[in-house]
Design a protein around this ligand. Structure first.
Ligand SMILES: Nc1nc2c(c(=O)[nH]1)N[C@H]1C(S)=C(S)[C@@H](COP(=O)(O)O)O[C@H]1N2
Ligand SMILES: [Mo]
Length: 256
C-alpha cells in the first residue's frame, strides 16, 4: 500500500471519528438530529473506506524493537463469570472454541487443536477510542482458516464473537460481543490470537483467545471469545447493533 493511501485512510478515519463524536454529543442532549448524523456518518465511513481501500489492504506492521513495553489492558481485565473462572482455574484445558450458525460443519476446538492449524504472527498498533495506542505482537490462527473448515453457507454475511465477560462484572449482565463483515473476516491480518509478544495470551488481554481485526479500533478486538457465530443479520442479538459498544452508541464500523 502506498503512503498516500495510508495517510488518506487515517485522515478519513479521523474526520469520520470526529463526526461520530459530535453526533454523540448531540444524542446526549436528546437531539434526534444527532442520531441521524451519526448514522449517516457511519454509513459514509463504511462505504467510503470500502471504496477507497482494496479489500486486502494491510494495516501497517512494525518491528520487534517497536513493541510497547507496557501494553495497557483495557475494559474487562478479569472476567467474573462462573463458566470463565472454572475454565481459567483449569488452565483452559477444558476450553472449546465453538464455531456455529450458518455453517455446514460446526466446530468445537480445544486450544491444542487451534495450535495445530497454520499460524500467523504480526506486530501491529492497537488504537483505543479513549486516545491511547500500543504496539503488540500477535500470533494465532486466521479466522478465514476456521470459517473455511466449517464451511460458510451462502446466506452468511457477518461473523459474531460472543465473549465470556460482562463488563459490569455481574453474573447476569449483558456479555461483551462484537461482529465484523466477511471482508474483514477473510482479511489476511484477521486472527484469533492465542499468543501475545511471544507468550501465551494472559487473562488481562483476553485469554485464552481474542480477536485481532487490524483495520478497526480497539473495541472491535473482542477478548475472551467463547463462541463464533456466523449469521445473516445481527438484528436479533442483544441490542441489535452488532456489538456491546455499538449497542451503547459507538459506530459498528470502527475503521482507522
Ligand atoms: N470481551 C471484551 N473484549 C474487549 C473489551 C472488553 O471489555 N471485553 N474491551 C475492548 C476495548 S475498548 C479495548 S481498547 C481492547 C483492549 O485490549 P487490551 O486489554 O488487550 O488492551 O479490548 C477490547 N475488547
Ligand atoms: Mo478501547
Amino acid at each position: 500500500m502506498t503512503d498516500a493511501l495510508l495517510s488518506r485512510r487515517s485522515w478519513l478515519g479521523r474526520a469520520m471519528a470526529t463526526a461520530g463524536v459530535l453526533a454523540l454529543a448531540g444524542c446526549e442532549r436528546g437531539i434526534a438530529f444527532g442520531e441521524r448524523l451519526k448514522i449517516s456518518a457511519e454509513a459514509l465511513t463504511y462505504r467510503a473506506q470500502r471504496l477507497i481501500l482494496p479489500r486486502d489492504a494491510l494495516a501497517p506492521e512494525y518491528s520487534r524493537a517497536e513493541i510497547s513495553p507496557d501494553f495497557k489492558p483495557n475494559g474487562s481485565i478479569s472476567p467474573a463469570a462462573a463458566d470463565y473462572v472454572a475454565l481459567r482455574d483449569g488452565d483452559f484445558a477444558d476450553y472449546r472454541l465453538v464455531v456455529d450458525g450458518l455453517v455446514e460443519r460446526p466446530l468445537s476446538l480445544s486450544l491444542d487443536e487451534l495450535r495445530t492449524r497454520p499460524s500467523r504472527t504480526q506486530i501491529t498498533k492497537h488504537d483505543c477510542v479513549e486516545g491511547w495506542t500500543a504496539i503488540g505482537e500477535w500470533t494465532g490462527v486466521r479466522l478465514e482458516t476456521l470459517l473455511d473448515e466449517a464451511g460458510m453457507r451462502p446466506e452468511a454475511r457477518y461473523v459474531v464473537f460472543h465473549c465470556f465477560d460482562a463488563l459490569t462484572q455481574t453474573e447476569d449482565g449483558p456479555r461483551y460481543y462484537e461482529s465484523i463483515d466477511l471482508i474483514d473476516a477473510r482479511h489476511p491480518q484477521t486472527l484469533l490470537a492465542y499468543d501475545m509478544n511471544g507468550q501465551t495470551l494472559g487473562v488481562p488481554h483476553g485469554a485464552p483467545l481474542r480477536l485481532r481485526v487490524e483495520r478497526q479500533l480497539g473495541y472491535k478486538q473482542a477478548k475472551y471469545i467463547r463462541r463464533i457465530e456466523v449469521v445473516d443479520s445481527f438484528a436479533d442479538i442483544q441490542g441489535g447493533n452488532g456489538g456491546y459498544w455499538p449497542d451503547r452508541g459507538y459506530e459498528w464500523y470502527a475503521g482507522i
